[in-house]
Design a protein around this ligand. Structure first.
Ligand SMILES: Cc1cc2nc3c(=O)[nH]c(=O)nc-3n(C[C@H](O)[C@H](O)[C@H](O)COP(=O)(O)OP(=O)(O)OC[C@H]3O[C@@H](n4cnc5c(N)ncnc54)[C@H](O)[C@@H]3O)c2cc1C
Length: 314
């Protein structure tokens, strides 16, 4: 997770971020002072970056408890199944709703049922926990070790989250094969099961609303294509959705305001990141030689811009 100062730098038009990202210090597992980007031949570029690692399950439980304190009713282990005639069928019964919010990830069933577009060509990524002492630096490894994406080491206290992502177009092996190769190359002592998911990488999609539904977070492609980070975006979009839907339900305000507000806050940087990712797909990925050459040509300053969703040129 980036510190709020970094989130403000990436999304300067987003408002009230201090309040949204006022995360309890107890959820910070390790402070991180830089992102190290490593080329296929091992040259590294250190980019100062303030952030922290956390435990995702505790982090999500904290967000859920904030929602409950604000009046939400929490129902767990409940799968949304189907929408028909204004009724919404779930594994725990059928509900009536004015609007439903699809915050159900890149394969969003809500989006499919409500006829909203889904993120296209998401990237598989797998991760696990590894034991050991690691520097307080988030490291990203590029090249054939993770074709079209990167391998990562995110330090925690006495451990790290380690993983790889890959482009379905460029990968010859299964994501788990790349993962085990990565673990072997970096001599990592993996102590947990590996788990995998898909990461949207095409940039923001539209529309993300209809009269009876909106999509949020990964379901709406709210992920920085240059690094796969989506937690801060899911939070910003989630809060925007709540504001707009409150006005929509109570005062009949337009639901289209949701997409408009995101257009003015997060879509610009997300599009810029998607454009950079497209350039990387065309010019940098596909061979270690090209990746090495492009990264050296970009150098630390431009790489630092890319990490913050800015276009690297001029
Ligand atoms: C390996 C990996 C590492 C990542 N690391 C980072 C990172 O370090 N930093 C970062 O910012 N981002 C990271 N991301 C991206 C980040 O995880 C996502 O962007 C973020 O979780 C999006 O949140 P979300 O709430 O939109 O979706 P999700 O976190 O995917 O949550 C969707 C939820 O919906 C539930 N669901 C699905 N279908 C249904 C249904 N039919 N009915 C009811 N519930 C359903 C799922 O069980 C899940 O709990 C990573 C992604 C991966 C795959």
């Amino acid at each position: 997770m980036p510190d709020v100062s970094e989130i403000k730098a990436i999304f300067p038009s987003a408002t009230d971020l201090d309040e949204l990202f006022n995360i309890p210090p107890s959820l910070r597992r390790r402070d991180i002072g830089a992102i190290r980007v490593v080329t296929p031949k091992g040259r590294s570029y250190d980019n100062p970056f303030q952030g922290y690692s956390t435990d995702r399950d505790r982090f999500d439980q904290y967000l859920a408890s904030e929602a409950v304190s604000a009046g939400a009713e929490l129902i767990t282990s409940c799968a949304f199944i189907k929408a028909a005639d204004g009724l919404y069928q779930t594994s725990k019964g059928t509900f009536r709703a004015k609007v439903i919010v699809g915050a159900d990830g890149p394969g969003s069933r809500v989006a499919r049922e409500m006829g909203l577009p889904l993120p296209k060509h998401p990237y598989p990524a797998v991760a696990a926990q590894a034991k050991g002492d690691f520097e307080p630096v988030l490291t990203m490894f590029f090249g054939g070790i993770a074709p079209g994406a990167y391998g990562w080491i995110i330090p925690k206290d006495g451990s790290a989250n380690v993983g790889v992502g890959c482009s379905p177009k460029l990968a010859d092996l299964r994501p788990s094969d790349y993962f085990y190769r990565f673990v072997e190359t970096h001599d990592l002592n993996v102590t947990s099961r590996i788990s995998g998911k898909y990461v949207p990488a095409q940039g923001p999609i539209k529309p993300i609303y209809d009269e009876g539904a909106i999509t949020v977070g990964d379901a709406a492609g709210h992920v920085m294509a240059v690094n796969g980070g989506g937690i801060p975006l899911a939070m910003i979009a989630g809060r925007t959705a709540a504001d707009v839907l409150e006005k929509h339900i109570v005062k009949g305000g337009p639901i289209s305001l949701y997409q408009e507000r995101l257009e003015n806050t997060i879509f610009g940087p997300l599009r810029s990141a998607a454009r950079t990712k497209w350039l990387a797909d065309v010019f940098a990925f596909g061979s270690d030689f090209r990746t090495e050459w492009c990264m050296r040509t970009l150098g630390r300053r431009r790489i630092s811009k890319i990490l913050r969703c800015r276009f690297p040129f001029p």
